[in-house]
Design a protein around this ligand. Structure first.
Ligand code: GLV
Length: 325
């Protein structure tokens, strides 16, 4: 019997890729850059399964270009704002993502950014390399304290809660805003409204998915409500922060600093005024990029793809309502 045909839109870690290759006839996109839209529309034609990345938009047009034999879409990410899920559901196509396994790696990295921005690690590194380090200075590159500081977590899902656990190890006070998640009594964290979070937090860390309600949640109005010593950390999605408003807030000293793993757009344009600021750290969307985590993500993405091709329920399905029809 011939193997099912799949399009895999980038080279994923070998662990997951080898499983896909064993089970499927794989068309693998090997470039460093994602396939263009035109290439996507062309390469999905006639496939039984699609393993895609957060850089690939999956919508009605793409699903229809693939054709009615398409059985599954497997996203190699936990976030799935690149996929118009109702379009897949309307066609009875299950969509998989990779929740849970990247929680710790992402929270570790968000905490690393929080500390790096708070203690000006990247500025210090630039200072040394620029040949500016002449002596030990009593007031050189002074930064924030963590003990007793308030961390405001926006979005108290798996990653937000993992941040709260890390913060309690640093004796921080933790408050969070999340109207959808019930309180977790095991965590020493207090639910507050967004106004309170902005007004009281020394650090604000974003852990909410990108939704119409969270698009540009951080904007001129919300920055104006933050403390002048506040530091913003974003490891969620770039579109949650209005980049122009962030620039104004950092430039004017309305907030002290920001550390971004994600930007709008991605990659950040090299002529973005944000890159002129010393009080900004920006890294290339790598919060989940630990070797083990990426191996696990590839295995989960492979497991979802293969389950869908076999007509089995996906281990982690975003739209389980497809199974009710
Ligand atoms: C990374 O951003 C992911 O959603 O997995």
């Amino acid at each position: 019997m011939s193997k099912p045909k799949v399009f895999v839109t980038r080279i994923i870690p070998e662990k997951g890729l080898s499983q896909v290759q064993q089970f499927c006839d794989v068309d693998l996109w090997t470039d460093e850059l994602p396939p263009s839209r035109a290439v996507m529309l062309e390469r999905v034609r006639g496939v039984d399964g699609l393993l895609c990345l957060l850089t690939d938009r999956v919508d009605a047009e793409l699903l229809d270009a693939a054709g009615p034999q398409l059985k599954v879409v497997s996203n190699h990410a936990v976030g799935f704002d690149n996929i118009v899920v109702p379009d897949a559901t309307a066609r009875g196509i299950p969509v998989g993502n990779t929740p849970g396994i990247l929680t710790d790696a992402t929270a570790d990295f968000a905490f690393a950014l929080l500390m790096a921005a708070g203690r000006r690690v990247v500025e210090g590194e630039r200072y040394v390399r620029a040949g500016k380090w002449k002596t030990w200075g009593p007031s050189l590159l002074l930064g924030a304290d963590f003990v007793g500081a308030t961390l405001g977590i926006v979005g108290f899902g798996r990653i937000g809660k993992a941040m709260a656990r890390r913060a309690s190890g640093f004796d921080m006070r933790v408050i969070y805003f999340d109207p959808l998640t019930p309180p977790d009594p095991a965590l020493n964290a207090q639910s507050v409204d967004m106004e309170t979070l902005l007004a009281e937090s020394d650090f604000v860390s974003l852990h909410t998915p990108l939704l119409p309600e969270t698009h540009h949640l951080m904007n001129a109005e919300t920055f104006a409500k933050m403390k002048p010593n506040a530091i913003l950390v974003n490891t969620s999605r770039g579109q949650i922060v209005d980049p122009q408003a962030l620039y104004e807030a950092l430039k004017s000293g309305q907030i002290a600093a920001a550390a971004l793993d994600v930007t709008e757009p991605e990659p950040i344009p090299m002529d973005s005024p944000l890159l002129e600021l010393e009080n900004l750290i920006v890294v290339p969307h790598i919060a989940s990029a630990s070797t083990t985590t990426r191996d696990k993500m590839s295995l989960m993405a492979a497991a979802n793809l293969i389950a869908g091709l076999k007509g089995e329920r996906l281990p982690t399905c975003i739209n389980p309502e497809v199974y009710k029809e």
